[in-house]
Design a protein around this ligand. Sequence first.
Ligand SMILES: Cc1ncc(COP(=O)(O)O)c(C=O)c1O
Length: 460
Amino acid sequence: MRNVHDNVLSCVGNTPIVRLNSVTEGLQATVYAKLEMLNPGGSIKDRIALQIVADAEASGAITPGSTIVEGTSGNTGAGLAMVGAVKGYKCTFVMPDKQSEEKRAALRAYGARVVITPTAVEADDPRSYYSVSRRLGHEPGAYFANQYHNPSNPAAHYNMTGPEIWEQLDGQLDVLICGLGTGGTVSGIAKYLKEKNPNIKVVGVDPVGSLYYDYFHTGQLTPAFPYVVEGIGEDFMPSTIDWQYIDDVVRVNDRECMHMTRRVVREEGILCGGSCGAAVAGAVKWVRQHDAANLKVLVILPDSGSRYLSKIFNDNWMKEMGFTEAESGFGTVSDLLHHRGERELISVSPDATVSEVIGTMKMHGISQVPVLEDGKLIGILSENRLLEQALQGTPGKTRVRELVQANYTTVDDTTEITVLSELFKRFKVIFVVGGPAIRGAITKIDLIDYIASMATGEPK
Ligand SMILES: Cc1ncc(COP(=O)(O)O)c(C=O)c1O
């Protein structure tokens, strides 16, 4: 018999690539999507589950009777549960409480044990899903799959997804765009594709609230905060993400992710999850800035919409979350900067002394100042930080390099004003990046002034 598999595991991979036709309207580039929801466990994570278990068996870390433990937003769990079911391993999964009920039910359906943990705690809190999974993963007989730090994760995409994409597209690819979770997908695929053709550009998509966007643009780990889209973005740096392969990072907010997810389902007929909407929204945003007639772009769609029926595809939930409200029409950061006019960016060098910085802040009447080295932002210094240091008796001659703080965030010209207002709930100052250098700072009063001028119809 031809076309018959010994078991479901050999059905993982070889997912189709289709051209997107409607959500990309107006773009000259051709945008393709890889339909990873068509893996038998329902997501791209089936691929890493196969590799993780195979590598652990080979090293003797998993033996008959082992229990596979993982902290998972659901999809890695489904993949591991599927592999466990076929190979006879028990599974325990730890999930944050923001994940959908469908995802928990899917894991239990495979016979796995599911432990739910609070989302709104720090990654190093003992109740966090990272901590709980690490603890359970080190119990006797347990094997901790640890997708955030397991090299088998990117290796799966280097060995399998990358070659598959290269073959399917006959090497005809200019840009790969995908969401950043553990970063395993982007790092593994990008490594393979760039070995084949170093000119291929790789773009990551990050949700507002995650720390990747700021990290990519400024090299600093700024504070993360909760967001709704599942599966992408992080509040710590996994070792599975390899920044050498990432050429750009674009940011999307929850509302954009949800709207684009719904559009991809309704207009392209692809039942996909929220991180797919995020990836497509990010792709459209990036391509708009770099559009060209012969540009070929591939977007990875990690999982299925069937896992989000009670959320993204439920009108009541969308309304409750405020995702159905109309766009504000306030434009982008570029409009705000145009309205405000150019303004000199007051900054200090990391080699400046505490006394010099206090002098600069006094002279310009500002309560925080960016610290720039060769035009690159390395942090900020606030009045509070300087007061704290003064109380601790830090001498005025101390260089400020060691005192910089990371409680800022960055945006670019294309960031929507609605995203700015969301960011101002968390940060006092927002820096505008454009290329490697910082272009300016925006404060809350700039935003208030801009919005007020829009409301009164004052000309820009
Ligand atoms: C739904 C979904 N999308 C995207 C990703 C991101 O993929 P990666 O972890 O390889 O960066 C994940 C990861 O958990 C996911 O579950």
